[in-house]
Design a protein around this ligand. Sequence first.
Ligand code: G
Ligand code: G
Ligand code: MN
Ligand code: NA
Length: 252
Amino acid sequence: RSLSIDLRAALRADELTLAYQPLVDIATRKIVAVEALARWNHRELGPIEPSEFVGVAERTGLATPLGAWALRTACTAAARWRTFSDIVVRVNVSALQLRDPDFPTEVASVLAETGLPPFALGLEVTETVWVADTERVADTVSALHAMGVALLLDDMGKGHSSMSYLDRYPMFECFKIDKSYIARLPAPRARAIISAIVALARAFDVTVVGEGVETEEQLDALAATGCDFAQGYLLGRPVGAGAIADLLLGNR
Ligand code: G
Ligand code: G
Ligand code: MN
Ligand code: NA
């Protein structure tokens, strides 16, 4: 069977959902943002891993419709939450979306239609976007930055991060440290790498998030590096929109 055909139908039938994972300020443990994560419960196959269906979407021309759906859904939800909370929402975008010169226009219309202010939206970009088509991606990312939308470098340290990209593209306002480093805390080498990313972030005046925090020991070691924000199962699993609204109401 073709997962791509099923995914296209699922998008049309609104069978995908977004889960939202809290991002907390380590010092206060308050939720300051939520990250939207796509979920697909296939009619026959059951839940399918996002890494699998996002990959299918990218290989079969569905990255744009999937991305458009996720953006619109997340912005609609966030605009509602912002009537009682100052939360911001982060949406993952694929490299293919960033190669589309129409993407900034699409983002602008979603913001206009949902009433979400640009500063309340963040787009998470993995470092692999720079591998191909660097010029085109840089144009799109610059246009989004000019609109006031926040840009976050996701999975930092995982693979292709190059100091030259960090130097050439200063528009990222946040580095998200890949969870493979957090998983190894408090091991000295992991601590050293995280400390170096935190130092770079400070010098660039950008914020840092440690991802995938699962234990208090990891959170303490992360805080000791000077990292201010964290995400992970210890602090909050990805949950549905209703559960996030309840958390935000209790978070004020
Ligand atoms: O939720 P989970 O950790 O299993 O997500 C696995 C991967 O899928 C992560 O890299 C995440 O960034 C990616 N992902 C989740 N939702 C989306 C989405 O809406 N769009 C894109 N491009 N990637 C997503
Ligand atoms: O690539 P990106 O950072 O967007 O992916 C986030 C992924 O990490 C999601 O699939 C999310 O479900 C997962 N995740 C979030 N918190 C934790 C955690 O504490 N531990 C692990 N193993 N995965 C996590
Ligand atoms: Mn992410
Ligand atoms: Na990440």
